[in-house]
Design a binder for this molecule. Structure first.
Ligand SMILES: Nc1nc2c(ncn2[C@@H]2O[C@H](COP(=O)(O)OP(=O)(O)O)[C@@H](O)[C@H]2O)c(=O)[nH]1
Ligand SMILES: [Mg+2]
Length: 443
């Protein structure tokens, strides 16, 4: 499939840089190569050339790589120009290439969109590619690579094939129904397979939170009375002064967030306002925000000053929590009986006591929540919604014995359709703008 326009963009990162890579895709690719490098080049090989403007002046010297379609990223003819990564160099190159008739600057995600439209990637793989480009942690990278290589798509395609097969069997039974046949022998097998697929899909959907933890981070919220040492711990974990620390109660009125990379996992740590009665107006808002945030967290750190343990009124929450006693340095080594069993960790930011152990525990809890490395998980709410819709049809199909085989077969078709929409095998035009807006220009 050839789309009319050819598109060009800077595909590498921020300028200035050592090297910048411009990507060109579409029917004008050969013409551009012939014109600006003065002749065609060998396919799929990096060739050193001078790049020239229309008046013959040299723009830069660099590498050109020509990928003839359909064996290219987009499926169209594609060229990459590797030039020096100066702003003026890139600007002149882009201006020159986009200046030819039939060539324009690419929209964000447009190269990938063409790859999808030309069948080079399915929709789940393009989403994984966006995740790969955005990956900051090792877990994000691993997860994105696995899905970009098709692990997730393969699972949905397998389910879809099973449903198509199941429906074919049921329809065959309808067509060849014979009063004398042993009733239900084929359909029994089919419906038991559909029932096991329902629980497989449920199990897969239950993994969505693990995927969210990998993609968005494991959410840790620090709570405690004013002066419990929350901001001090936050800063110690940040190893930089990201939050204001003072001995005046109520300094931290808003939420401060920090992202840590613990063992390759993204961990988001939030410092909150101290929980106390009768605060000022601004602080009260901070406390409310803290409570709301805590309700959505994956882990709470409940801090209490060992030298002045105050009760804090926490709303009942099911969120897992670690009880942390602070300022242990002030106890001069007197770790009294009253401490035993009441705290999971006893720490001091002054002498560093307990911090490594606390971080190690957070890391382990985050890793547990992110699930087993290599698990295939739904990576978008979009997938979860379509999977849930598919399962509804499957449940209706298995429970609809009274409705007759025709209607049950139709439910199987609808379920297979929902799975097809996830990978983009059918009827997805309406979703493309949303999906490709996740990309940057040049991808
Ligand atoms: N000696 C000692 N003082 C601490 C420790 N952690 C915090 N503090 C002090 O306790 C006071 C309140 O700390 P801060 O982190 O602002 O508490 P927050 O209100 O819970 O955020 C400050 O004066 C800190 O210097 C600690 O481990 N040892
Ligand atoms: Mg504070």
């Amino acid at each position: 499939m050839i789309s009319g326009d050819s598109i060009v963009a800077l595909s590498s990162g921020r300028l200035p840089a050592g090297v910048a890579v411009l990507r060109l895709s579409g029917p004008k690719t050969r013409f551009v190569i012939e014109t600006i490098v003065c002749g065609m080049v060998k396919e799929r090989a990096a060739v050193l050339r001078k790049f020239k403007a229309a008046d013959g002046t040299v723009l830069d010297t660099g590498l050109v790589v020509f990928f003839p379609g359909p064996a290219s990223f987009t499926g169209e003819d594609v060229a990459e120009f590797h030039v020096h990564g100066g702003r003026a160099v890139v600007a002149r190159m882009l201006e020159t290439i986009a200046g030819f008739d039939g060539i324009r600057h690419a929209e964000p995600g447009e190269f990938t969109r063409r790859a999808f439209l030309n069948g080079k990637l399915d929709l789940v793989e393009t989403e994984a590619l966006a995740d790969l480009v955005n990956a900051e942690t090792e877990a994000q990278r691993r997860f994105a690579v696995q899905n970009a290589e098709g692990a997730q798509s393969e699972l949905y395609q397998r389910w879809r094939r099973r449903l198509i097969h199941a429906r074919a069997m049921i329809e065959a039974e309808i067509d060849f129904a014979d009063e004398d046949d042993v009733p239900g022998s084929v359909s029994d097998t089919v419906w038991s397979d559909v029932r096991s697929m329902i629980s497989e899909i449920e199990h897969h959907v239950a993994g969505f939170h693990a995927a969210e933890i990998i993609r968005d981070g494991f959410e840790v919220v620090i709570l405690g009375a004013p002066n419990a040492g929350k901001s001090s711990l936050f800063n110690a974990l940040a190893r930089r002064d990201a939050a204001i620390v003072t001995d005046e109660p109520g300094t931290t009125r808003d939420l401060l967030e920090l992202v840590l990379d613990l063992g390759g996992l993204r961990v988001r740590l939030t410092d909150t306002a101290g929980l106390r009665e009768a605060p000022g107006k601004v602080e009260a808002i901070g406390i409310e925000k803290a409570r709301a945030k805590a309700g959505r967290a994956d882990l709470l750190l409940l801090l209490r000053d060992l030298t002045d343990p105050q009760e804090t009124d926490l709303p009942a929450m099911t969120t897992p929590a670690l009880r942390v006693g602070t300022k242990t340095d002030l106890l001069d080594g007197r770790i009294g009986h009253e401490i035993d069993g009441r705290y999971d960790f006893v720490i001091s930011v002054n002498d560093g006591t307990g911090l490594d152990a606390l971080l190690a525990r957070i890391e382990r809890l985050a890793a547990d929540a992110a699930g087993v490395v290599g698990d295939v998980l739904p990576s978008r709410l979009r997938h979860v919604e379509l999977l849930a819709a598919a399962n509804q049809h499957l449940v209706r199909a298995t429970e609809g014995e009274a409705a007759g085989q025709e209607l049950r077969a139709e439910e199987l078709r609808l379920a297979a359709d929902r799975l097809g929409r996830i990978v983009g095998a059918i009827d997805v035009e309406d979703m493309l703008d949303v999906i490709f807006s996740q990309f940057c220009i040049g991808k």
